[in-house]
Design a protein. Structure first.
Length: 145
C-alpha cells in the first residue's frame, strides 16, 4: 500500500488517501501503520481502515441502504457466519439474491452483484442445484434464465 501510495503521488503530484478494507474474521486484529527506517530516520504510511466485521451489528442499516457495497458487505458477513452451515448459507444466498431485485438494480447490477454473492457463498454441488431450482421459482429472477 505504501508503494502504491507513493507511486500515485509521484506520477500525478496529487494527495493520495490510502484505505484498507479488512475482511478478516478476527474482531481483535487491527494492523498498525506501516513504518520503516534506520539511524533515526523513518518513513511510513498511516491509512484509513474499515473492518467489515464492524458491520455485523449494523445489519438493518446495510439491508436498507441502496449502495451496492452494502450487499457486498452482507454477503461477506454471511460467508464468514455460515462457513460450516451449508443449509443456512443456501438460505442467505437466496435471500441476498432476491434482495438484488427488491432494490431495483439494473440487469447489469444484478448480474455483477450476484457474481460476487455466488463467489463468496459457495455451496456443495447438490445444494447448488437446489438453490438454482429455488431461484427459478422466484418469479423476479428473469436475468438468470
Amino acid at each position: 500500500m505504501f508503494v502504491y501510495n507513493y507511486r500515485i503521488y509521484d506520477r500525478y503530484k496529487i494527495p493520495v488517501t490510502s484505505v484498507a478494507i479488512l475482511a478478516d474474521n478476527s474482531p481483535l486484529w487491527n494492523p498498525p501503520p506501516f513504518q520503516y527506517g534506520m539511524w533515526g530516520s523513518t518513513k511510513g504510511l498511516d491509512y484509513l481502515k474499515t473492518k467489515l466485521l464492524d458491520y455485523k451489528d449494523k445489519w438493518l442499516y446495510l439491508e436498507n441502504h441502496d449502495n451496492p457495497f452494502a450487499i457486498v458487505v452482507m454477503a461477506h458477513l454471511k460467508a464468514l457466519e455460515t462457513r460450516k452451515y451449508h443449509l443456512s448459507r443456501k438460505q442467505w444466498k437466496i435471500g441476498l439474491t432476491k434482495l438484488l431485485y427488491q432494490k431495483g438494480y439494473s440487469r447489469t447490477g444484478v448480474l455483477n452483484l450476484y457474481a460476487f454473492i455466488d463467489w463468496v457463498l459457495t455451496l456443495p454441488d447438490a445444494l447448488e442445484k437446489i438453490f438454482l431450482e429455488d431461484l427459478r421459482e422466484f418469479g423476479g429472477c428473469l436475468y438468470f434464465q
